[in-house]
Design a protein around this ligand. Structure first.
Ligand code: FES
Length: 121
């Protein structure tokens, strides 16, 4: 599913030098929105994450993940939609959280069979 209206491709801004498996995968009724848990880079605690998939220019689905907690005041963003500009807008104060937009800190994810991994970038 492609909904992005970005004219340019913005690579995933989140960086890691280790591969991290996302566990407790659960599929939602929203296309290409998947929930899971992971110890994100720079964190020592396992957290809920949201994985978003989008079809990119080469026709492949690219997956990215962010914490399910808003970086502003920690609201749960797992039910908030990824908009066409590549941001999720937190439902509490409506701040944008970049996923596929220019200024994002989302982590690149690879799907391998039925497992998802944050990959080195
Ligand atoms: S808690 Fe998300 S914008 Fe404030």
């Amino acid at each position: 599913m492609t909904l992005l209206n970005n004219k340019r491709y913005f690579s995933a801004g989140g960086k890691t030098n280790e591969e991290i498996e996302i566990t407790d995968i659960s599929f939602t009724d929203r296309p290409n929105v998947i929930l899971g848990r992971a110890i994100l880079p720079l964190s020592k605690l396992e957290k809920n994450v949201v994985i978003y998939g989008q079809t990119v220019a080469d026709g492949q689905v690219e997956y990215r993940t962010i914490s399910a907690k808003c970086p502003h005041q920690g609201a749960d963003i797992s039910q908030d939609e990824l908009k066409a500009d590549g941001n999720v807008y937190c439902s509490l104060h409506h701040r944008p959280i970049g996923v596929f937009s220019e200024y994002n800190y989302a982590y690149l994810v690879e799907k391998r069979a039925d497992k998802f991994f944050i990959v080195k970038t």
